[in-house]
Design a protein around this ligand. Structure first.
Ligand code: NAD
Length: 501
C-alpha cells in the first residue's frame, strides 16, 4: 500500500479503503493514469461520519472561541500561499486547467478562508438582543453550528468548491466529512492535510474519496449528518435532496446553469466597446473549456449586430490555443473525462441535426486527450436541446432578439437561474434588465467575477441556498432564541387551577 492510496482521513488517521479498492486518476491531457487513490465505500463513510459526530458532540472544535477559529482559518490561508505553486500545478493536472487558472483557484481559496475568518471574528459574540417590549424580559438570538456537515463537490473547481463549504463550516464551529469528485479528488486531500497542519483538532475534518452513488448517497441519507451541502449537476442534486428528506437534514444545493450573455448593439457602438464585448463573450463561454457552472454558454445578441459579432467571435475562438495547462502559451485545457467529451460531441451533433450553423470548432483536434475545439453554433433557438440543457463543454450558442422585452424573455427562458450578463452603454437599460433577470448573479458589462463577500447561488433549478457572503455563512448555523423571564410569575391562563394555599 503506497501512501498515495491512503486518501481517506477518518478521526485523525489517513488510511486506505476498508475494502482495499483503489481508483486511478486520469490525466485528461493524454488520457493516462498518473495517481491512485482509495476508493471508499459505505463502511468508510459510516466511520467518517462517526468520527465527525464524536468530534462535534465531545470534541474541542465546536467549543473553540470564534477568535481562535478565525486564527486557524488564517493559518490555512498562509499555508495555501506557501504551497501555491504545488497545489496550482496539481489542480491543473487533475482538472485539466491551465497552470495560471490553477494558481488563481488557490488564491481564491485563500481569499475564502480569509473572508470567513473576518466574518466570524467581527461578529458580536453575545448574539443579537431582541426588544421584547418589557424590562422583565431578556431576549437574545445566538447562532450555533449546525453539527456534522456532509460536503459533496464536483470536478470542475475541486479545490474552490471545497473551500466555499469547508471555510464557512469550520468558521461556524462545525465538523465535516467531505467527498470530492471521484474524478478530481487530489487537491481536496491536500487541503485536508493543510487543515491538520494548521492545527485543526483531529476528527473535525474527515475525507472519503469514492464514488457518488455509494459514498455521496450514504452521506446524504445518513441519520447522523445534520447538513448536506452539495455542488454538482441537477440529476445528482435532486437525488441528494430526496435522500436527505427522510432525516430532515438541512440541504444546500449548488447546481448547474444555462447562463445568458445578453449583448445590446449600443455596447458595441465604438471599436473599443465591440472588442471588449467580443473578448468577454469568448471568456464567458470558453474559459476552462466551458466547464464552468456560470459559463456564458448562451449568447443572446441584438439582431443587427449578430453577423459582425459572431464572425469576430468565431475568428478568435479558432485561435484559442489548446494543450497541456503547464505548457507555455496554452490558453485552454481539455475536457475532464472521456464521458464529458462524448457528452459534448453528442450535444454538438444534436444541434447540427436540429439546424444550427457551425461557425467555429465543432470537433476534436488531432492527438490524444479529451480536447474539444471551442465551438460557436449560430442560428440557435429554444427548441434545441443544446440551448436548454447544460453542455459543460466549450460550446456557445447564438440567439437573437429585436426588443429589450424579447431579450429579457429569452434570458429568463431557462429552468436554471445561476448567472447572466447584460452588455449595454445605456445605464437605465442596464438597471432595468438587471432587475428583471431571474438569476442569482447578474453582471453588467462584465462576465464571471464573483466576490467572497457576495452571495453565490441560483434561482430555479440552479439550487437551494447560497454560498459565500453572510448568507453562505448562515447555511452552516442554527439560530437559537434565548428568552429569559427576569420576573417569573404565574400566567393564570387556566383560571380554575390556582395554587393551594
Ligand atoms: P455530478 O452531479 O456528477 O457530481 C457532483 C458530486 O456529486 C460528485 O462528488 C459526485 O461523486 C457526487 N454524486 C453523484 N451522484 C451522487 C448521489 N446520488 N448522491 C450523492 N452524491 C453524488 O456533477 P459534476 O459532473 O461533478 O459537476 C458538474 C456539475 O456541477 C455541473 O452541473 C455544474 O453546473 C455544477 N456546478 C455548480 C456550481 C455552482 O456553484 N452552482 C459550481 C460548480 C459546478
Amino acid at each position: 500500500m503506497t501512501a498515495a492510496q491512503q486518501t481517506i482521513h477518518v478521526g485523525g488517521e489517513w488510511r486506505a479503503a476498508l475494502s482495499g479498492a483503489t481508483r486511478e486518476i486520469i490525466d485528461p491531457v493524454d488520457a493516462t493514469p498518473f495517481e491512485v487513490v482509495a476508493e471508499g465505500g459505505v463502511a468508510d463513510t459510516d466511520d467518517a461520519v462517526a468520527a465527525a459526530r464524536a468530534a462535534f458532540d465531545f470534541g474541542a472544535w465546536p467549543r473553540t472561541p470564534a477568535a481562535e477559529r478565525a486564527a486557524l482559518l488564517r493559518r490555512v490561508a498562509v499555508l495555501l500561499e506557501r504551497d501555491r505553486e504545488r497545489i496550482g500545478a496539481l489542480e491543473s493536472r487533475d482538472a485539466g486547467k491551465t497552470l495560471q487558472e490553477g494558481r488563481v483557484d488557490v488564491d481564491c481559496v485563500r481569499d475564502a478562508f480569509r473572508y470567513f475568518a473576518d466574518l466570524v471574528e467581527n461578529e458580536d459574540g453575545g448574539g443579537r438582543a431582541v426588544d421584547a417590549g418589557s424590562d422583565e424580559i431578556r431576549s437574545v438570538v445566538v447562532h450555533e453550528p449546525v453539527g456534522v456537515c456532509a460536503l459533496i463537490t464536483p470536478w470542475n473547481y475541486p479545490l474552490l468548491q471545497a473551500s466555499w463549504k469547508i471555510a464557512p463550516a469550520l468558521a461556524a464551529g462545525n465538523t465535516f466529512v467531505i467527498k470530492p469528485s471521484e474524478i478530481t479528488p487530489l487537491t481536496t486531500v491536500v487541503l485536508v492535510e493543510l487543515l491538520l497542519e494548521a492545527g485543526l483538532p483531529l476528527g473535525a475534518a474527515n475525507i472519503v474519496t469514492g464514488p457518488g452513488d455509494t459514498v455521496g448517497a450514504r452521506l446524504a441519507e445518513h441519520p447522523q449528518v445534520d447538513l448536506v451541502s452539495f455542488t454538482g449537476g441537477l440529476v445528482s442534486g435532486t437525488k441528494v435532496a430526496r435522500s436527505a428528506a427522510d432525516s430532515v437534514k438541512k440541504v444546500a444545493l449548488e447546481l448547474g446553469g444555462k447562463n445568458p450573455n445578453v449583448v445590446f448593439a449600443d455596447a458595441c457602438s465604438t471599436p473599443e466597446g465591440f472588442d471588449t464585448a467580443v473578448d468577454q463573450a469568448l471568456n464567458a463561454a470558453f474559459i476552462h473549456s466551458g466547464q464552468v457552472c456560470s459559463a456564458g454558454s448562451r449568447l443572446i445578441i441584438e439582431e443587427p449586430l449578430r453577423d459582425r459579432f459572431v464572425a469576430e467571435l468565431s475568428r478568435r475562438a479558432e485561435l484559442i490555443r489548446l494543450g497541456r495547462g503547464t505548457d507555455a502559451g496554452v490558453e485552454c485545457g481539455p475536457l475532464v473525462s472521456a464521458a464529458q467529451l462524448a457528452r459534448t460531441e453528442a450535444y454538438v451533433a444534436s444541434a447540427l441535426a436540429e439546424g444550427a450553423a457551425l461557425r467555429a470548432g465543432g470537433g476534436r483536434p488531432a492527438g490524444p486527450g479529451y480536447f474539444f475545439r471551442p465551438t460557436v453554433l449560430d442560428r440557435c433557438h429554444r427548441g434545441m436541446r443544446v440551448v436548454r440543457e447544460e453542455v459543460f463543454g466549450p460550446v456557445l450558442t447564438v440567439e437573437t432578439f429585436r426588443t429589450e422585452e424579447e431579450a429579457v424573455a429569452l434570458a429568463n427562458d431557462t429552468e436554471y437561474g445561476l448567472a447572466g450578463a447584460v452588455w449595454t452603454s445605456d445605464e437605465h437599460r442596464a438597471r432595468r434588465v438587471a432587475g428583471l433577470l431571474r438569476h442569482g448573479t447578474v453582471w453588467i458589462n462584465d462576465f464571471h467575477p464573483y466576490l467572497p463577500q457576495a452571495e453565490w447561488g441560483g434561482f430555479g433549478k440552479s439550487g437551494i441556498g447560497r454560498e459565500l457572503g453572510p448568507g453562505g455563512f448562515a447555511e452552516y448555523r442554527e439560530a437559537k432564541h434565548i428568552y429569559q423571564n427576569l420576573a417569573p410569575r404565574p400566567v393564570r391562563w387556566f383560571a380554575g387551577t390556582t395554587a393551594k394555599g
